[in-house]
Design a protein around this ligand. Structure first.
Ligand code: CA
Length: 226
């Protein structure tokens, strides 16, 4: 049974989520403030964290950043407000794996949760290491270095990069990427792929505005050349 930690201070949302997830057969743990949530995310063996942004004592961004800094790789699904698109980008940059926008439908949320749990790391076989220019990736250890320095990539970014690299030299469409990385019955906007590609470029390319390795192919998708 998968164990899900919900960190949310708004009681009605927390209770509704807890009920829905329990009914779906998940083991649910909850926290109502940021510090408690952070501690639980570190200490309890959770398979997924659902993380609100506005929280007392420590906000969701801080929690996300600190968990990743401490090497906690549990998938994080952020809850963001519709008006705050910037939150989404910041959340993903700080290491969240996906987000849903409030108000969300239980169906949408469950689809996202299932997709994140299904990804659960062990990467598909076939590619353990990747090197290009001054970048070295060890997919088995989840380690990325650029110029010898460790670079933090989210689990999703590792998987996305691995998928592109496995298809080195081929153009893959956003739909191919969504199917492979997020899962087929998924509820993700193709634009989400672009956001994550932009993050990968920023972290790994010498000049993210003129990518040499993670190339875009207009109207079609992406191609890894390296
Ligand atoms: Ca809140």
């Amino acid at each position: 049974m998968s164990r899900i930690l919900i960190i949310e201070d708004e009681e009605p949302i927390l209770m509704a989520l807890e009920d829905d997830l329990t009914l779906e057969g998940y083991d649910v743990v909850t926290a109502k403030d940021g510090i408690d949530g952070f501690e639980r995310a570190k200490e309890e063996a959770c398979d997924l964290v659902i993380l609100d942004i506005m929280l007392p004592r420590m906000d969701g961004f801080e929690i996300c950043k600190k968990l990743r800094q401490e090497g906690v790789l549990t998938p994080i699904l952020m809850l963001t407000a519709k008006s705050q698109e910037v939150d989404t980008v910041l959340g993903l940059e700080l290491g969240a794996d996906d987000y849903v926008t409030k108000p969300f439908s239980p169906r949408e949320l469950l689809a996202r949760i299932r997709a994140l749990l299904r990804r659960k790391f062990p990467f598909r076989q076939g590619l353990d290491r990747l090197e290009f220019e001054d970048v070295e990736i060890d997919f088995r250890k989840y380690e990325a270095r650029k110029g010898g320095q460790l670079v933090y990539l989210t689990a999703l970014e590792f998987e996305l990069l691995q998928f592109l690299a496995r298809h080195r030299g081929e153009v893959v469409s956003r739909d191919d990427i969504l199917d492979a990385v997020w899962g087929k019955d998924e509820y993700v906007m193709p634009r989400t792929v672009d956001t994550h590609i932009a993050h990968l470029r920023k972290k790994l390319e010498g000049d993210p505005s003129e990518p040499r390795y993670i190339k875009g192919v207009r109207g079609v998708g992406y191609k890894f050349v390296g």
